[in-house]
Write a protein that binds this ligand. Structure first.
Ligand SMILES: [Zn+2]
Length: 98
C-alpha cells in the first residue's frame, strides 16, 4: 500500500477540493464517493414501476486556512484542483510525507 501523504494549506483561506471518481478513486483503487439510492417511479402501460437509481457524489475535502489533512492517499496529487494549488504562486498547498 502506498504511504499516505499530508496536505498543508499554507494560505489563510480554507481550501476545498473534490475527489473526482474517475481520477481519485480510479488511481487510489478505493471509492471514497457517497452513494445514494434514489427511488424513481415510472409510469408504464400497465401501471407504475419503481426503480432504484444509484447516485454518486464525489467526496470533498476542506483544509482550513493554515491547517493540514494527514492520512491522504497519494492519489490526491492527481486531482486537478490540488495539482493547480501545488503549482500556484504564491503557493497555497504543500505536501508532507509520501
Ligand atoms: Zn468513487
Amino acid at each position: 500500500m502506498p504511504k499516505n501523504i499530508e496536505l498543508v494549506n499554507v494560505s489563510k483561506r480554507p481550501f476545498t477540493f473534490n475527489l473526482p471518481h474517475h481520477i481519485y478513486c480510479a488511481e487510489a483503487g478505493e471509492c471514497r464517493c457517497t452513494w445514494t439510492d434514489l427511488m424513481t417511479r415510472q409510469q408504464v402501460r400497465h401501471g407504475v414501476v419503481s426503480k432504484v437509481k444509484r447516485i454518486r457524489t464525489p467526496a470533498a475535502i476542506t483544509i482550513p486556512g493554515r491547517g493540514t489533512t494527514p492520512g491522504l492517499h497519494p492519489a490526491v496529487k492527481k486531482v486537478p484542483e490540488v495539482k493547480a494549488a501545488l503549482q500556484q504562486s504564491p503557493r497555497r498547498l504543500m505536501i508532507k510525507g509520501g
